[in-house]
Design a protein around this ligand. Structure first.
Ligand code: ADP
Length: 350
């Protein structure tokens, strides 16, 4: 195996030089044609347009279009069966699209699969690890498979281990590592060739809270130099590490925007009010701006108010002067879960 592999690796190394020549030639051509020399090299890393995949007579992914720029971390959210994995497989060139195109840094993944795939690092849901190898042996193998040239392998392994906090583990067998460290090895193999785009499928699933915190910090850091696409069903994870969010439901994008836009959807015109001696609702409805009052199961009141007429001060004054026993008043944010359900429910209704 090792003789075969070393022949293969030396062949790969020669191919690497040739590949770089093609990539450079391509970018020169693209720059010439677009008149924007830096458009692809510096900004747009992933461009999916009209991506569709049909199984039988059903579209698992239907007309999905988006772009991703360098330095962005995109959270790809959706319930089970929404089409996340199918989309990721098409983005990474592992599944042919029924319609639409994927370009990685301007290179079409169908027309030039080798060049485009060389710019991607991928961590599937089940990390492709050889458990009987040590961390450094496995990463060296991954480097060669990703066509890192022979003279650069050692350095590439060292850098990937440093970035993923694996340096102290380099001589350990992968099978003896905790799941969190195995996941780090999975991420290290995805970034070993310093790709422009890193695609991670549910990278924190099955980890304990401390491991999750570490892996999230690592992913956030990766976003600085690479574009990252992260599939997850964990909403707080998206809020913590992504700057861009896509929600997919029944194969279609129901939300595509920045995390700030998603957060804004959470701010309704609502207050949560806690009173020990609440008056009749009519009393509260007399306060300017107050539109509706709902009593929640925990005894708190949800006060909806007219746009631009937040009644906080008037409520506090009325509560104090009437002895309503005010103990809590704060903005009532819709949880991200509620926004998610609203978005996917609206789509189901449509
Ligand atoms: P997710 O990753 O969001 O859970 P998938 O992309 O795996 O969703 O699946 C999307 C839809 O496509 C599902 O309804 C699934 O049953 C269907 N699907 C996925 N792969 C195949 C296949 N090879 N043949 C038929 N249907 C499939």
């Amino acid at each position: 195996f090792w003789t075969e592999f070393s022949n293969f690796a030396s062949y790969q190394s020669r191919m690497e030089d040739r590949r770089l020549t093609y990539v450079r030639r391509f970018f020169n051509l693209a720059a010439h044609q677009t008149g924007h020399p830096n458009k692809y090299m510096d900004t747009v890393t992933v461009e999916a347009s009209g991506l569709t995949r049909v199984y039988g007579n059903r579209a698992a992914v239907n007309d999905v279009s988006f772009t991703l720029s360098k330095g962005e971390v995109l959270g790809f959210l959706g319930p089970n069966g929404a089409g996340k994995s199918t989309t990721m497989k098409m983005l990474t060139g592992n599944l042919a699209a029924s319609a639409g195109t994927v370009k990685i840094c301007g290179i079409d993944i169908v027309e030039n699969p080798k060049e485009a795939k060389a710019l991607i690092g991928y961590l599937p849901e089940q990390p492709p690890l050889y458990r009987e190898l040590t961390v450094s042996e496995f990463l060296a193998l991954a480097a060669r498979l990703h066509r890192v040239s022979g003279s650069h392998v050692k350095k590439a392994v060292q850098v990937a281990m440093e970035r993923c906090g694996l340096t102290d583990m380099s001589k350990r067998l992968i099978e003896n590592l905790s799941k969190g460290y195995q996941q780090r090895v999975g991420i290290a193999q995805a970034i070993i060739h310093n790709p422009m785009v890193v695609i991670l499928d549910e990278p924190t699933i099955g980890l304990d809270p401390i491991q999750i915190r570490d892996i999230r910090a690592l992913i956030k850091e990766l976003g600085g130099e690479h574009s990252v696409i992260l599939s997850t069903h964990i909403l707080p994870e998206v809020e913590m590490i992504c700057d861009h969010v896509q929600i997919i439901h029944k194969g279609q994008l129901v939300f595509n925007g920045s995390i700030d836009v998603l957060r804004q959807q959470r701010h309704g015109n609502k207050l949560l009010l806690g009173l020990n001696n609440p008056p009749a609702n009519e009393e509260l409805l007399k306060i300017p701006g107050v539109q509706t009052i709902d009593t929640l199961p925990n005894g708190l009141l949800r006060v909806r108010y007219a746009e631009g007429q937040m009644p906080t001060e008037a409520l506090v004054q009325a509560a104090v002067s009437n002895g309503w026993g005010l103990h809590q008043i704060n903005p009532d944010q819709t949880t991200l879960e509620e926004v998610f359900v609203q978005l996917t429910f609206q789509e189901a209704e449509a």
